[in-house]
Design a protein around this ligand. Structure first.
Ligand code: ZN
Length: 295
């Protein structure tokens, strides 16, 4: 199954159209994408082959999981990324938080605030937790997963590597967590332990890898995190990024106004996010007008 969030309502992808689950079930199932995560078995049993829908290509897609209680992310989880950074492989997972307010959809703009320049890309497989997980074993961890989606762990490197390193804030600016296009359940994935992923800027390949190369596997990350913090349905886990980011190139390369960042995860989906420098665009971010004093 592939579930989308269209303007706050959960839709099921049927062929190439998106069917509204609540309407198609005469209100038996919820419209809220977060509640749908608790009802995946019922959604899977539906036959919506004849139901009306809207063309998926035209839909205004939001993040498939819009309101997780938390987002955890793994740093330094691919050897080629550690090598380009000149860092040692960690002995245990390095997890930090991304704030859920950074989430945007798979075709939304990434907005760089004025005065910020060292903005980097990180394509990542994102795991969606399906049921409450506390102190789970590595062997059981996949059974707590609802599915996966594509993500970008957009990072402000200047903020991240300042004297008191700021991983969470550097990766939590508004719009710095695009995800989507769909929450894809695991039965759709050919090999859940070997999922290829790539990232492109304006068609030029920047990153390429596979989750087979994760230093700490998805089950290991889930188990480790669940011994610290109870994972709730809908919580997101960014699993780390392969080599090829901008910060460790010589010279470094940063995302620029007008560029298109394309993130591809094989069998899961792809996103295209345009970079908008608020300063270059000549003004404040869309939707921020209300914050500007008018008197
Ligand atoms: Zn990352």
């Amino acid at each position: 199954m592939r579930l989308a969030n269209v303007e706050g309502r959960v839709k099921l992808l049927v062929d190439d159209r998106l069917v509204d689950i609540e309407q198609a079930t005469n209100h038996r199932l919820p419209s809220n994408p977060m509640e749908a995560i608790l009802r995946l078995d019922e959604i899977a049993s539906l036959d919506l082959s004849g139901a009306e829908g809207v063309p998926a290509a035209d839909a205004k897609l939001g993040p498939p999981v819009p309101r997780p209680s938390k987002i955890l992310a793994a740093g330094g989880n691919y050897n080629d990324h550690l090598e380009e950074e000149g860092a040692e492989a960690p002995g245990e997972p390095n997890l930090f938080a991304k704030l859920p307010s950074a989430l945007v959809g798979p075709r939304d703009e990434i907005e760089i605030p004025p005065g910020r320049t060292n903005i980097d890309w990180e394509v990542e497989l994102v795991v969606v937790i399906g049921k409450r997980a506390r102190n789970v074993s590595v062997a059981d961890a996949w059974s707590y997963v609802a599915g996966v989606t594509c993500g970008q762990d957009v990072s402000d490197r200047e903020e991240q590597f300042r004297a008191f390193q700021q991983w969470t804030m550097a990766k939590s600016f508004d719009t710095y967590a695009p995800t989507g296009p769909y929450l894809v359940t695991l039965d759709e994935i050919e090999n859940r332990d070997d999922i290829p992923l790539q990232c492109y800027i304006d068609g030029e390949q920047m990153q390429g890898g596979s989750t087979a190369k994760l230093i700490f596997s998805v089950p290991t990350l889930i188990s480790w995190a669940s011994h610290v913090s109870t994972l709730e349905p809908g919580d997101l886990l960014f699993t780390g990024t392969p080599g090829g980011v901008g910060a460790f190139r010589n010279p470094p390369r940063w995302l620029q106004h007008g560029e298109t960042l394309r993130s591809v995860i094989h069998g899961v989906g792809e996103m295209e996010n345009t970079i908008v420098s608020i300063a270059a665009a000549g003004g404040i971010a869309a939707g921020a007008e209300a914050a500007v004093p008018t008197t």
